[in-house]
Design a protein around this ligand. Sequence first.
Ligand SMILES: O=C[C@H](O)COP(=O)(O)O
Length: 249
Amino acid sequence: MRKPIIAGNWKMNKTATEAVALVELLKEKVANKDVKVVFCPPYTSLVAVKEGLDGSTVGLGAQNMHFEDNGAFTGEISADMLLDLGVEYVIIGHSERRQYFNETNETVNKKLHKALEKGLIPIVCVGESLQEREEGIQEAVVTTQVCEAFKNVQADDAAKTVVAYEPIWAIGTGKTATSDQAEEVCRWIRENLEKIYDSEVAQTVRIQYGGSVNASNVDELMGMPNIDGALVGGASLKEDFVRIVQFGA
Ligand SMILES: O=C[C@H](O)COP(=O)(O)O
């Protein structure tokens, strides 16, 4: 039985002061022993959020990291830097990073290797654009993203990874994939993992759906057999997130 994981990706929102206020608003209310809840604030708020979460079961995640250990990479952050702050999770290959910051399947693969080597739990994002869906090539796109991301990743490491299926056309648009559309792609992702590894790995990896998840659609999405959680953007910045982590209630 896979324990669901619901992560809030705060994106480029909240100063450290505002982040502390959001933690105070949410942390007691999102405590749920049956679901792993993770907050992913901007780098600048990681320390403040970690302190604010003291004694809480809510996990701390970063939104990105570099694949090198250190060096002349101005503006970048390494896995060790994140670990030193108490970060446990890291989002890798979010479509906004792919779209605006030149993230590729190759850099996603390098980051996945580094995160696993260092003991961070990666949340690897995949998903097709609107044009790709309209062309009917979403399965091929997501399959390539999964195969490239997991290239040369060993089975025991792969099993620790979380995959987030986020159709780009559903991100921040209010246009959620139907539960059937989301389930179909999450099932393909699991089938791909089974082909690359085996059934045990495929059945262990948690697969999230992300894209306009809110308090009204979460129950249906979470009711699907291959959806084990959600990567939530906009709705993770408000009290709606409380209802989201209590899906099914
Ligand atoms: O990482 C989160 C996703 O990009 C979803 O964002 P959204 O819930 O605002 O659509």
